[in-house]
Design a binder for this molecule. Structure first.
Ligand SMILES: Cc1cc2nc3c(=O)[nH]c(=O)nc-3n(C[C@H](O)[C@H](O)[C@H](O)COP(=O)(O)OP(=O)(O)OC[C@H]3O[C@@H](n4cnc5c(N)ncnc54)[C@H](O)[C@@H]3O)c2cc1C
Length: 264
């Protein structure tokens, strides 16, 4: 566990009314971070709120690291008020990472809404650190509606094959991102070597896991359940092991699991 008491905000962007992008200077954290790692950030100086909030690392370049988050409650609202030069106390990087695709495999990223940060980092990591061909990545991003498109600004700059779905049909495929995957790609699974990576709401990953298991395609899910402590003690993030009467702790054994390991 690595304590980083003074990571400093160096950049802030508001992508949507409820979506923020923060960049922090913090070398000890940024130099160790790999895709799917997350931090436990203390959003205020005092004891209220008492628990840190888990956030995926959207990107890290060795000196700085970034996060993109949606304001859903008090903790994320406080974080959205962060100012340039403000310092935060972060524990991290925490968690495991994705398995790399094998030779000849296509890496298919399936992201639901603000589940995209670990998959964005992983796509960049594959291209920048592993010379993975961009055309062998396929990124599918599901959003509610077209007005959420600014969340894809960084993804568009990556210049990888990218497709969108919206729940209301206002942009890209009309339906859930799992429907997009099923409609356009599931039938190809028998002929192409594919490895699926996913992050988003549990219902989305449950469905994707079912598809992957039925086609016997390797699939990894990065889970984002509620996580009060983040260091393995409170058991608040427990997730049921598939076929066993036992649980994994997302913060310790995850957040990435093979789809066949967990019951969502
Ligand atoms: C490993 C991990 C990585 C994460 N990465 C990101 C990220 O990159 N970007 C991002 O926006 N969020 C991410 N989250 C979710 C984020 O941690 C929560 O949204 C945040 O903790 C909510 O805090 P809050 O105080 O604002 O809301 P709270 O007041 O704690 O909760 C407000 C509402 O949000 C719901 N809620 C709380 N946590 C979650 C959750 N994990 N999933 C769905 N609903 C939740 C609550 O049930 C409640 O209805 C991640 C979570 C985990 C475990």
């Amino acid at each position: 566990m690595i304590f980083n008491p003074g990571v400093r905000v160096v950049e802030k962007k508001q992508l949507l009314p409820d979506l923020f992008h923060l960049k922090f200077e913090g070398e000890s954290l940024a130099s160790r971070a790999v895709p799917a790692n997350f931090v436990q950030i203390k959003v205020s100086k005092g004891l209220d709120p008492i628990f840190r909030r888990p956030m995926s690392i959207h990107y890290a370049d060795g000196k700085t690291f970034e996060m993109v988050f949606r304001t859903v409650g008090r903790g994320t609202h406080i974080l959205s008020q962060a100012e340039i030069d403000q310092e935060f106390d972060c524990i991290g990087p925490l968690g495991n990472s994705f398995k790399l695709p094998e030779d000849g495999e296509r890496a298919v990223m399936v992201a639901g809404g603000v589940g995209f940060p670990p998959l964005y980092f992983f796509s960049r990591f594959l291209v920048e650190k592993h010379n993975f061909p961009k055309e062998n990545i396929l990124f599918l991003l599901g959003m509610k509606t077209v007005s959420e498109k600014p969340m894809a600004d960084d993804l568009l700059k990556l210049d990888i094959p990218l497709e969108f779905s919206t729940d209301d049909g206002s942009f890209g495929f009309h339906g859930f991102v799992t429907d997009l995957f099923e409609a356009h790609y599931a039938k190809k699974l028998r002929h192409e070597k594919i490895r699926i990576y996913s992050c988003g709401p549990n219902a989305m990953m449950r469905r994707l896991g079912q598809i992957a298991l039925s086609f016997k395609v390797p699939c990894q899910l990065s889970l984002e359940g509620a996580m009060p402590c983040g260091v393995g003690t409170c058991l608040g993030c427990a997730v049921k092991m598939r076929g066993r009467n036992d649980y994994y702790r997302v913060c310790q054994e995850g957040p990435v699991f093979d789809a066949e390991e967990v019951e969502l």
